[in-house]
Ligand binder design. Structure first.
Ligand SMILES: [Zn+2]
Length: 188
């Protein structure tokens, strides 16, 4: 793991990192520390669940290397600034959530700055205890959700499109994709 300042520099892209990214970096560093994976850059035993999009997944990717593309980042759309860090080798998982009071505390610290600037500064300075709640949790990982899972693709009996990672739904005798089984996010 790099230093906080180094991640800030990487995230800032020449300028200042946004407050959401800073909070995400802090969250990811804390998560790694709590599951005892902070001492190396080799995170093959790590899977991270993020509970919102926007800044958090970018920050988690920067610190942990977990991405949708390597199947180590899982998106659970809960609309919360929270993430769960799973150390698969040690069978240890920690869920870290931003505290509701962190935002208020940040604004109180720098009343003369505009909101984004105040948040950015405060998120660098406030202690983990003030920023986050965290606790051990249990995550049941399905085989098909593991990064290296190899399995057959199954054709959907209705639309014919191939379904990977065991995402088919059996209706009667038929294997259907989630869209054809009524769980579509789009309309034709
Ligand atoms: Zn289908």
């Amino acid at each position: 793991m790099k230093s906080f300042d180094e991640y800030l520099r990487l995230a800032g892209d020449g300028g200042h990192a946004r407050s959401g990214i800073i909070l995400g970096i802090r969250m990811a560093m804390l998560g790694l520390r709590e599951i005892a994976l902070d001492s190396s850059d080799d995170h093959h035993d790590l899977i991270v669940f993020v509970e919102t999009d926007r800044c958090l997944p970018d920050a988690v990717e920067l610190v942990t290397g977990c991405r949708l593309g390597n199947r180590r980042l899982k998106f659970q759309d809960m609309g919360k600034m929270a993430a769960t860090f799973v150390n698969m080798a040690a069978n240890r998982s920690i869920r870290v959530a931003a505290r509701e009071t962190a935002n208020q505390r940040a604004l109180e610290m720098f009343p003369d700055l505009d909101k984004e600037e105040a948040l950015s500064k405060a998120y660098c300075a406030i202690s983990d205890d003030e920023l986050f709640n965290w606790k051990p949790v249990r995550v049941e990982l399905r085989m098909e959700d593991l990064p290296g899972y190899q399995g057959p693709r199954v054709p959907c009996a209705k639309c014919g499109e191939s379904i990977a990672f065991a995402r088919q739904i059996t209706v009667g005798q038929q294997a259907l994709c989630r869209a054809c089984a009524g769980q579509s996010y789009y309309l034709p």
